[in-house]
Design a protein around this ligand. Structure first.
Ligand code: PBG
Length: 324
């Protein structure tokens, strides 16, 4: 008998059949929801550049945290804005700054919700760069020492996971050592390991008021056209220095990197669907280019299929509410 051609559509005949054989399932368990913390009181202000996102003052963050956790989302990623900016970004390690207050409020109100903090200086420096400037250059090693102070300040306030996003060389080792020395041996490091100098961060830089006042981030963030091997080296270095979770960022334009990292490394792989990816979907959907819910789910499914164990996304709450 002649061999019959395979009928692929047999497994697609109904939603139940498709569900049965699906294989890639988005889960609320793996989502991280980003939140922006600003100084002041009584503030929940919509962020103009990022539809559906808000600046929260520390006094209003507990209710938001409760809602996030009640939806089943296990973790939030906090970004802080300073009271005042200076050349060293000193508000970043001020123990009574807005971000540190917010960490305490969340851990008090919802102890089970994991608090992850972005460790970087760009929102806190008056020049908007992620490090300290010396002779018109980013001083890598001095910056690492300051980042360790920032990480300690966050850990002191109660952060469960420290997420350095600055892309200085060697900062994971410096931060790990500083945390261990102060007894924070259980504090996890989720490192922004393969972070590209991407145009997709545009809306975020408005939200965090963190655009560089001069130049760009191309001397410390990765070249968008660099080889896959370079990304693997960045990730390997962070793992060797003590990163517990490694992150690739942005997500959709770097699915190949996520896929290769998943095959190669045994630590959990996180992917960040950044502000520009989120807003591209929102703006296009608002112009009836495509359906918002379907596109958001398709984009997140692709990130998961590529190999992301953990996904950071501004869609997290809506996805969990099934309200996209
Ligand atoms: C801080 C930081 C940035 C983002 C996360 N942490 C901006 C940047 O590197 O310029 C971007 C997040 C987003 O676009 O959603 N360095």
């Amino acid at each position: 008998m002649d061999k019959l051609p395979a009928k692929m559509r047999r497994l697609r005949t109904s939603e139940s059949m498709r569900r049965l054989v699906r294989g890639v399932n988005l889960s609320v368990d793996n989502l991280i929801y980003p939140l922006f913390i600003c100084p002041g009181a009584g503030i929940k202000k919509p962020i103009e550049s990022m539809i559906g996102c808000f600046h929260f003052s520390p006094d209003l963050i507990a209710d938001e945290a409760k809602e996030v956790f009640s939806l089943g989302i296990p973790a939030v990623l906090l970004f802080g804005l300073p009271e005042k900016k200076d050349a060293k970004g000193s508000d970043a390690y001020n123990d009574s700054a807005a971000l540190q207050q917010a960490i305490k409020k969340i851990k008090k109100a919802v102890p089970e919700l994991l608090v992850i903090t972005d460790v970087c200086l760009c929102a806190y420096t008056d020049h908007g760069h992620c490090g300290i400037i010396k002779d018109e250059k980013i001083d890598n090693d001095t910056t690492c020492q300051i980042l360790a102070k920032v990480a300690l300040s966050h850990a002191n306030a109660g952060a469960d996971i420290i997420a350095p996003s600055d892309m200085m060389d060697g900062r994971v080792a410096v931060i790990r050592k500083a945390l261990d020395e102060k007894g924070f041996t259980d504090t996890v490091i989720m490192s922004y390991s393969a972070k590209y100098a991407s145009a997709f961060y545009g809306p975020f830089r408005d939200a965090a008021d963190s655009a560089p006042a001069f130049g760009d981030r191309k001397t410390y963030q990765m070249d968008i056209a660099s080889s896959v091997k370079q990304a693997m080296r960045e990730i390997q270095l962070d793992i060797d220095e003590g990163a517990d979770i490694v992150m690739i960022k942005p997500a959709m334009a770097y699915l190949d990197i996520i896929c290769r990292a998943k095959q190669r490394f045994d630590v959990p792989i996180a992917a960040y669907q950044v502000s520009g990816e989120y807003m591209a979907i929102n703006v296009a959907a608002a112009h009836d280019v495509f359906d918002r819910k379907e596109t958001a789910i398709e984009s997140l499914t692709a990130i998961k299929r590529a190999g992301a164990d953990v996904i950071i996304t501004y869609f997290a709450k809506e996805l969990a509410q099934n309200k996209l």
